[in-house]
Design a protein around this ligand. Structure first.
Ligand SMILES: Nc1ncnc2c1ncn2[C@@H]1O[C@H](COP(=O)(O)OP(=O)(O)O)[C@@H](O)[C@H]1O
Ligand SMILES: [Mg+2]
Length: 668
């Protein structure tokens, strides 16, 4: 029914009064004054063509039923042998000739939710049967079958076995009706496949889906009676085809019950809509901060699948749902400007000369330290700083850290100690050292390793050698005019605004993948450190997170951050692309496993990997493979949402006109 209902509801392409009223309702939450102004302007635009002076007395204002008729019916209906044309659309209606013997609960789920039936109306006509009359008919049928069987058995015909089987079925039906409170129905079922042209009608796809297990239906296309079939499938509610053909099949109530989609529970709790459940279009509403296993989310999908859009929609809805949530966005491609503007956020363009200190450490709140005894902020910080350097040496200096790691670790520890920072959490409020301080320590190490406790000649020689090459690699990038000079300075921006957009937009386009990875790491850490300090809930969305997740060196650090994020009321959302140059990495899997929400948009190339990673069923894999990529024209995308401890839900993600305007402003 859904498609048919949608087609009569006002759409974005053809705005009507009702549509306007809708978007005003939503705007009400935000800006009252502006809304009032628009309403006034709307009235100015209204004009009426009817001029009483020119009326000749035959014209009348349409009656309400006539107006309704124009809303619910197509402008014209033309029957063809195999289809019906309704205005701009085409429909081919299939009738269900046969049903499975033993219907399983939810046997139509695939039929309701696969891509092939996306534009198919499914209609069931159910007429209760009078039990006594049905029993009489069944008695007659059973007697006939018994006679047939006796005759065939006497003649030793093979057909006797088939008849015996039918007889058993009818007897079982008879017993169930007679001895239990079970009632029977006459059922007919239609599938109206819609399309924009006769070629666009995917009747074969729908037929195949209907034939497959567990649905096991046999659909038939009634030729030359398409109009009657179409009426039977329409919301009019009349089984028109049944008047000329017997279209019904008797069924017990249990079988009828199994056909309904509502047996599968949708998910709804106070929160925001993540999409509508594809099985029955009911909204899937949830609050990420209510998940027991953590608040992090992973969004996966190929280029253009709708990942960024659905994330922005979630952020917008989150902000409307709870204005206290701090929202932070990180994106190397500049894509969050619209939603950031709509939320009145601060935009910080990262790069250039603005200081950003990778060594920065922030104090962990006392209550968190108390609640989580095994938390070790010092070890975490050291691990992060070494990750940062490892990435730098590997990708920027192109000389992996290797066995120089211990020497560097010693130098880093010393740099913190010189600022009075140690393992003791109460020292973490002190001003953090910078890469320049580490360079100063390395110079001292080179001069006099013995003062750092390296006792033997061998040790001293090794440490001198390490310090020498470390300095050679570090200095060019971190000197005053070096390419990473901004990373050698104190951080010169706060992340105090309640909405913040870290725009890692690479203006010249000259910045390579490894620099982007490094900057993403540093920014990730900076936000993470700050999220620790605030009492508020923080949603931190990281777009193009494959730059973070394609690098094994950062895995340990990211893993720890994700594991501990819950203690800081921090929800990390990683958006990662698959396909093309970005293969799904083992790092992405490790992080996804730690996330309580996984949203998989359209993926074609690597569905087998996803199936294996997440234990997806064939049906779920198929949904992902055929999911609709984001599309402004169609106004929705499709995805599969995995909620920890709840299961997987096929979704359609749809934004209201108001929301679309906020996410992707036309002037943006
Ligand atoms: N649910 C949706 N409704 C309307 N338009 C959408 C939807 N999802 C995506 N789009 C549009 O499709 C295009 C690609 O979506 P995007 O989110 O940028 O893809 P991805 O981030 O996966 O590469 C964008 O122009 C976006 O506006
Ligand atoms: Mg994107």
């Amino acid at each position: 029914m859904i498609e048919a209902l949608l087609s009569v509801l006002p759409t974005r392409e053809a705005p009507t009064d009702a549509d306007d009223a809708d978007s005003h309702g939503e705007a009400d939450d935000g800006d009252e004054g502006r809304d009032g102004g628009e309403a006034a302007r709307d009235t100015d635009r209204v004009s009426v063509d009817y001029d009483p002076a020119e009326a000749d007395g035959t014209e009348t204002v349409p009656e309400i039923p006539e107006i309704h008729q124009t809303v619910v019916t197509p402008s014209s209906i033309e029957p063809e042998p195999n289809a019906v044309r309704t205005g701009d659309q085409w429909a081919r209606t299939l009738w269900t000739g046969e049903y499975p013997d033993r219907p399983r609960d939810g046997l139509f789920e695939t039929l309701y939710s696969t891509a092939a039936t996306r534009r198919t109306d499914i209609s069931l006509h159910l007429t209760p049967r009078d039990t006594t009359a049905t029993l009489d008919t069944l008695e007659n049928t059973i007697e006939d079958l018994e006679a047939d069987r006796e005759y065939l058995e006497e003649k030793r015909k093979a057909g006797a076995r088939g008849v015996a089987k039918d007889l058993e079925d009818y007897q079982a039906l008879y017993d169930a009706l007679r001895n239990t409170s079970m009632s029977a129905f006459d059922v007919s079922m239609y599938l109206a496949v819609q399309g924009d042209s006769p070629d666009d009608l995917n009747a074969d796809g729908v037929t195949n889906t209907a034939r497959q297990s567990p649905t096991n239906l046999t659909p038939v296309t009634p030729r030359w009676t398409q109009l009657d079939a179409f009426v039977s499938a329409s919301p009019v509610g009349v089984d028109k085809l049944n008047e000329s053909l017997d279209t019904t099949t008797p069924m017990l109530a249990g079988a009828v019950g199994a056909m309904f989609p509502f047996v599968a529970g949708a998910f709804a709790e106070p929160g925001i809509e993540y999409g509508t459940y594809a099985l029955n279009e009911s909204p899937l509403i949830l609050d990420r901060f209510e998940r027991e296993t953590g608040y992090c989310a992973m969004v996966i999908g190929q280029l253009g699948a709708g990942k960024s859009f659905s994330t922005k929609l979630q952020l917008l809805r989150r902000a409307m749902y709870d204005q206290d949530t701090v929202i932070i966005m990180l994106d190397p491609l500049g894509g969050f400007a619209g939603v950031n503007g709509a939320l009145g956020g601060e935009r910080i363009t990262v790069g250039g000369t603005r200081g950003l200190n990778p060594l920065e450490l922030r104090a962990t709140p006392a209550d968190v330290l108390q609640d989580v005894p095994d938390l070790d902020p010092w070890a975490e910080q050291l691990s992060w700083v070494l990750t940062f350097f490892e990435t730098f040496f590997e990708h920027v200096a192109a000389n992996p850290l290797g066995d120089r790691k211990q020497t560097l670790r010693r130098a880093v520890q010393e740099a913190y100690e010189r600022q009075g920072i140690t393992k003791d959490p109460s020292t973490h409020d002190n001003e953090s050292p910078t890469v320049r301080d580490v360079i100063a320590v390395l110079e001292d190490l080179l001069d006099s390793p013995e003062q750092f406790g390296y006792a033997t000649d061998g040790e001293q020689e090794k440490v001198r050698g390490d310090a020498q090459t470390l300095l050679t690699d570090l200095r060019p990038s971190f000197r005053e005019d070096g390419d990473l000079a901004n990373l050698a300075q104190r951080t010169s921006f706060d992340l105090d605004s309640s909405v913040l957009y870290l725009d890692l937009h690479q203006e010249e386009g000259a910045t390579g993948r490894s620099e982007t990875s490094l900057m993403m790491q540093v920014l990730f850490n900076a936000v993470y450190e700050r999220a620790k300090g605030t009492d508020k809930r923080v949603v931190f969305a990281i777009d193009e997170a494959h730059y973070l997740l394609n690098d094994a060196t950062s895995l340990e650090f990211l893993e720890t951050a994700v594991r501990h994020s819950r203690h800081y009321d921090l929800s990390l959302q990683f958006i990662t692309q698959t396909g093309g140059e970005f293969a799904l990495t083992p790092e992405a899997k490790t992080i996804a496993d730690l996330c309580s929400l996984t949203l998989i948009h359209r993926v074609q190339e690597e569905t087998d990997t996803l199936a294996e990673w997440f234990g997806l069923s064939e049906r779920e894999v198929n949904w992902v493979r055929t999911a609709k990529a984001g599309d402004e024209e169609e106004g929705f995308s499709e995805a599969l949402l995995g909620i920890d401890e709840e299961g997987w839900f096929p979704l359609r993600v749809r934004a209201s006109e108001f929301e679309v305007d906020q996410i992707d402003p036309a002037d943006g």
